[in-house]
Ligand binder design. Structure first.
Ligand code: ADP
Ligand code: ZN
Ligand code: ZN
Length: 739
């Protein structure tokens, strides 16, 4: 008799190891396929783990091993290709496999819900039964019920009974008499019907055609293509026509979009074009809907899967094409827990599934452009706006010696006046919420410092509050200075609330609409704002980067960028890239219809070479310049980074932990004979104290990926054992985008 096998499970724990259990009683070995879920005891709780492999031996003595409590799946819920992707992800990002699976699986599956599409009961008339049956002669309600069922040859779903005035009691009696039968089948396994196209396609222009052909020619094999097309150049039309080809070939398409693009505008374009089953996976769908969409995709019952970052992990039965819209967008990188980049993983996935992947953007990331230069991606360009609209003109407005009234200079005020007088709309962009970033006492110099962070609290005048945008701390707006008690408290600088208030005073006859996280917190607020904008009357839109994405404002002909300077002298080497992307994206909202647009950029650094390049020669010239600076400085994409962050309640603790980590890394580099990895730090984080914790970081920089990753695996194992590790919270960020 052979011993019961040992199960090696991935559990939702941060520890980078598997956990051994015995097979649950009475479960045959053949039922224990890798990937199935099991319920197991863990400390005093019960949790759900995923079987990774069977083993004959364990480091734990056999009498100490606990049996798993229950096997939850008859088959692995994840197809092998997705399971492989999760393994790859855990390995690459140095994250525990169990926790990686938790991020990848829908919440309900993590909680033990069956991984099958919902079952539903259907009522049928039994074969040979008839409403004229003599047993029903004196039972008019049963007779009526049976004749209703007789009219539904495919049966009646249980949930529709009351709608058809079918009485459950009557049906139960009919069931006893053998006149009806109940069938349990999958929830609405809808078939697609009607023609695939619900709307005609636009004839592609030559650039679009070339892009379409290049991707289409790659169907059936891995190929990565970068579609660099100015805003309004018809990228989405290219996506739609490629998706049609994929669906016609019997395949599914996965479309990832940034978090903020989930306006109905984007989704409507897909649903208006196709008679197809679309599965949506984004933050606004509830857990049940998410599981249903996930299962539909996995079982091949959804044709198009559209979602944000985590939708990357949606299994597909017949994968055909992956599209990443706005591939430069930072929301593709998860900033907590499993710090994965959905775009980068999508490439891995496309390669595994052997299908093409298309990355689209008006402002491609420097990483993707460099991949195109190096020949790893095909580069497809759309240089013209598709609808015939012209590119906006840029003007750098030097505000060095100009007075700013709530952030608005006189020449800008005049430009707004002209635009409104011409019956057009204005967009004012300011990437700062609230009324003012600081409140200052004019008498003693007190400032609104957050008690928990090395940051200032923002004044939200409308709510009479000071709020910290970093830790969420808030307090009432003081009437007197907390230090000296006097009343001369002044807001310093301007946020969207202040700009809105000032513009409303300067242009009393014009509606001023603010669009930021505060003004659109209510679900319908955004729709209302857009309805007003679409009506086309003169108005001023004031907003944050929410304005920069996805939306079309055809009547906007003036875009004002109140402050471009932050991106030009930040400590983060990516700040200028982000600023350029934001400016171009915001500018792209302007003049999309007949009227040409103009973009006024207020800056104190009007001669800054990157800003000059961007505004005079466009994003690609800027990107080339920025890439050559990155190359010279040995920064990504010409170097590979990993960042170890640590935070602790007491000052010095995080650094101490990182000192140990640094020594450990040096040791391992020497032992393993790895060269080309540099350790920079530890140093305090850019904002050292945040939410009451002191933070520090250690940067690893390498000229190639391989040596870095050779170090990371043994190193992170060792970090789990380091002294002082209990007092700190630490995390490793591979390919960090925020330093
Ligand atoms: P992007 O995704 O690059 O911002 P869109 O696909 O949204 O661009 O296209 C911008 C506008 O141009 C849309 O109104 C779209 O209907 C229109 N358009 C796109 N392609 C064509 C085409 N080939 N012919 C005419 N209009 C087009
Ligand atoms: Zn004071
Ligand atoms: Zn704070």
């Amino acid at each position: 008799m052979s011993d019961a096998p040992i199960l090696r499970l991935a559990l939702p724990s941060p520890l980078r190891r598997l956990f051994d259990y015995l097979a649950p009683a009475g479960v045959p070995r053949t039922a224990l396929q890798p990937g199935v879920r099991l319920r197991v005891p863990f400390g005093r709780r019960e949790i759900i783990g995923v079987l990774v492999e069977l083993a004959e031996n364990s480091e734990v003595p056999k009498d100490k091993l606990k049996p798993a409590l229950a096997l939850l799946d008859p088959h692995p819920p994840l197809p092998p290709s997705l399971f492989k992707l999760c393994l790859w992800t855990a390995q690459y990002y140095q994250h525990s496999l169990g926790d990686t699976l938790s991020w990848a699986l829908p919440v309900l599956l993590r909680q033990g819900e069956p991984a099958e599409a919902r079952q539903e009961r259907f009522w049928h008339i039994a074969p040979g039964a008839s409403p004229d049956d003599p047993r029903l002669a004196r039972a008019p309600r049963q007779r009526q019920a049976l004749s209703t069922l007789a009219q539904h040859p495919h049966g009646v779903a249980h949930q529709l009974l009351s709608q058809l005035q079918l009485n459950k009691d009557s049906l139960d009696i009919l069931l006893d008499k053998g006149l009806v039968r109940v069938e349990v089948r999958r929830h609405a396994p809808s078939e697609r019907h009607g023609p695939l196209l619900a709307q005609p396609e636009l004839p592609l222009n030559p650039e679009q055609r070339a892009a379409f052909d290049a991707v289409h020619a790659s169907f059936g094999r891995f190929n990565a293509l970068l579609l660099a097309g100015v805003t309004g150049s018809g990228k989405t039309e290219v996506y739609l026509q490629l998706i049609r080809q994929a669906l016609e070939a019997g395949k599914q398409a996965l479309v990832l979009i940034p978090e903020i693009n989930l306006g109905p505008q984007t989704l409507e374009r897909f649903s208006r074009r196709f008679n197809a089953r679309i599965a949506l996976l984004h933050s606004a769908v509830n857990d049940r809907e998410r599981l249903d969409a996930w299962l539909a995709a996995r079982d091949g019952e959804a044709d198009i899967i559209i979602g944000t970052r985590s939708a990357l992990f949606t299994p597909m039965k017949r994968p055909g094409l992956i599209i990443i819209d706005e591939e430069h967008d930072a929301s593709y990188k998860q900033q907590e827990g499993l710090r994965y980049h959905a775009r980068d993983l999508a490439l891995v996935r496309a390669r595994q599934e052997n299908i093409p992947i298309l990355l689209g953007s008006a402002t491609p990331s420097l990483e993707s452009l460099q991949n195109a230069h190096a020949g790893r991606y095909g580069l497809l360009r759309l240089t013209q706006r598709a609808g015939g609209a012209r590119q906006p003109r840029f003007l750098r407005l030097d505000v060095k010696s100009l007075p700013l009234d709530s952030g608005i200079s006189m020449p800008l005020q005049q430009a707004i006046t002209q635009t409104l007088a011409a019956g057009q709309q204005v967009l004012v962009f300011l990437n700062r919420r609230g009324f003012a970033p600081t409140l200052l006492c004019h008498d003693c110099g007190w400032i609104s410092q957050c008690p928990r962070c090395d940051a200032r609290m923002t004044l939200h005048q409308r709510h009479n509050e000071l709020r910290c945008h970093h830790c969420g701390h808030s307090q009432r707006q003081p009437a007197n200075c907390p230090d000296c008690g006097r009343v001369d408290l002044r807001p310093v600088g301007a946020g969207t609330e202040r700009a809105e208030e000032r513009l409303a005073i300067l242009f009393p006859k014009t509606p001023v609409l603010r669009i930021d996280r505060d003004s659109t917190a209510r679900k319908d607020a955004m729709d209302k704002l857009f309805a007003t904008i679409q009506r086309g009357e003169p108005c001023i839109l004031v907003g944050t980067q929410m304005l920069a994405k996805g939306h079309h404002f055809p009547r906007v002909t003036l875009v004002a960028i109140l402050d471009a300077d932050g991106g030009l002298f930040s400590a983060d080497f990516r700040a200028s890239e982000r600023m350029a992307q934001l400016i171009v994206q915001v500018a792209g909202r302007a003049g999309r219809a007949e009227e040409p647009g103009r973009v006024i950029i207020q800056t104190h650094l009007a001669d800054h070479p990157l800003l000059v390049q961007l505004t005079e020669q466009g994003y690609f010239a800027f990107a080339e310049q920025a890439l050559s600076e990155r190359r010279a400085a040995g920064l990504p994409p010409f170097a590979h980074l990993a960042l170890l962050r640590a935070e602790a309640h007491k000052p010095g603790q995080a650094e101490e932990f990182l000192d140990h980590a640094c020594a450990e890394a040096e040791l391992q580099l020497a032992e393993l004979g790895i060269s080309g990895v540099e350790l920079l730090g530890p140093v305090p984080a850019p904002m050292e104290r945040r939410a009451g914790r002191y933070r520090a970081q250690l940067l690893l920089q390498a000229n190639a990926r391989a040596p870095l990753h050779r170090l990371l695996t043994p190193w992170t194992q060792a970090l789990e054992q380091l002294p002082g590790g209990r007092a700190v919270r630490w995390s490793l960020d591979v390919d960090p985008i925020d330093l």
